[in-house]
Design a protein around this ligand. Structure first.
Ligand SMILES: [Fe+2]
Length: 334
């Protein structure tokens, strides 16, 4: 009966779909089923009697010795690892189990092997494809955002071209704002954003009535309230695009005043984003020196005097001083 059971167990182990290798207490292989031989790509005769360490790839043998020692000393009951065969790029998942007799003496180990090569390669391919796809999406996203920026820039140009008074205004504001940002030493990472804010700050004027924009007489309260909506509109137009997120607040607040009496939110001093404080100076200087329907252009020196007189009220005094330095050094186009 015992012999029948022994045969039955052996047959079961032979037919099991996972690779099974059994070692004795000297780490010598005493049994290996068909699947184990297939996975190890080694014949029965070559396996039986061999030290278990020797049937592993050279660069993994130390690791296997450590595992076998841990099992022998009963530090662990089992250990699972994935062993990569560098020569043929195969991956083997192996669980090493401690075998004990009824007196709890170490009598050997059983290794359960499954070939993970195709699964791991599939995972690797999947990760590679995903990475490639992510890069493609990033590139497309960049292209889309570039396209959006150029469309917005064209829209601003078209808006300004319709009106001889504001033609080229945003580009000039962008240039002055960039110079100011470049001379403020701690904003180097912000320069690109400030540049864009300078270029697109008035895009919300697309929603302002032309009759009000071009009115040569003074504005009524309701007309002025209508004009005051354009920074909010600028923010709304730009906010759906991820790359514009850092500049939406810059455009929203370009008409705030340093003393808190500006619009749309009455922010004051450092509550106003740095980019807005910079654009505000550039915007005011260009507006003052340009021809407007309601007045003739101011002489640059007069405009600069106006800025100087309004440091601390309308303009950030520190940024205003940088602007004045740049102007006196001839770095601001008159
Ligand atoms: Fe504006």
């Amino acid at each position: 009966m015992a012999e029948d059971n022994h045969k039955l167990f052996k047959t079961a182990l032979k037919q099991i779909s996972k690779g099974i290798i059994i070692t004795n207490d000297n780490n010598k292989i005493i049994f290996a089923n068909e699947e184990a031989k297939k996975i190890k790509n080694i014949s029965q005769t070559e396996l039986i009697g061999k030290d278990i360490t020797s049937v592993h790839p050279d660069d993994t043998q130390n690791k296997i010795k450590q595992i076998m020692n841990s099992l022998q000393q009963k530090n662990v009951n089992q250990f699972t690892t994935i062993i990569a065969n560098q020569d043929n790029q195969e991956y083997l998942n192996t669980t090493y189990k401690l075998l004990e007799n009824e007196n709890n003496d170490y009598i050997g180990t059983m290794q359960i092997l499954s070939d993970k090569t195709s699964q791991i390669k599939f995972e690797e391919e999947k990760a590679k494809s995903l990475h490639k796809l992510e890069k493609q999406v990033d590139t497309l996203n960049e292209q889309l955002q570039d396209l959006f920026i150029s469309s917005m820039t064209s829209l601003v140009k078209t808006l300004e071209a319709k009106d001889s008074y504001t033609k080229g205004h945003s580009l000039r504001v962008c240039e002055i704002a960039t110079k100011l940002a470049e001379h403020k030493h701690d904003v180097s990472t912000e320069i690109d954003k400030i540049k864009l804010a300078g270029k697109l700050h008035d895009i919300g004027k697309v929603g302002t009535q032309e009759t009000i924009l071009n009115k040569s007489s003074s504005l009524s309260d309701s007309e002025f309230n209508h004009i005051k909506q354009h920074p909010i509109m600028s923010e709304e137009i730009l906010s759906p695009i991820e790359r514009f997120k850092p500049i939406t607040k810059m455009v929203r607040h370009h008409h705030e005043r340093y003393d808190g009496t500006g619009y749309p939110d009455g922010l004051k001093q450092k509550e106003i984003p740095l980019g807005s404080r910079i654009v505000s100076i550039a915007d005011s200087y260009d507006a003052m020196t340009s021809n407007r329907p309601y007045r003739s252009p101011m002489n640059p020196k007069e405009a600069v005097r106006e800025i100087k007189e309004n440091l601390g009220t309308q303009f950030d005094p520190e940024l205003g001083k940088i602007f004045l330095e740049l102007f006196y050094e001839g770095k601001i186009e008159e």
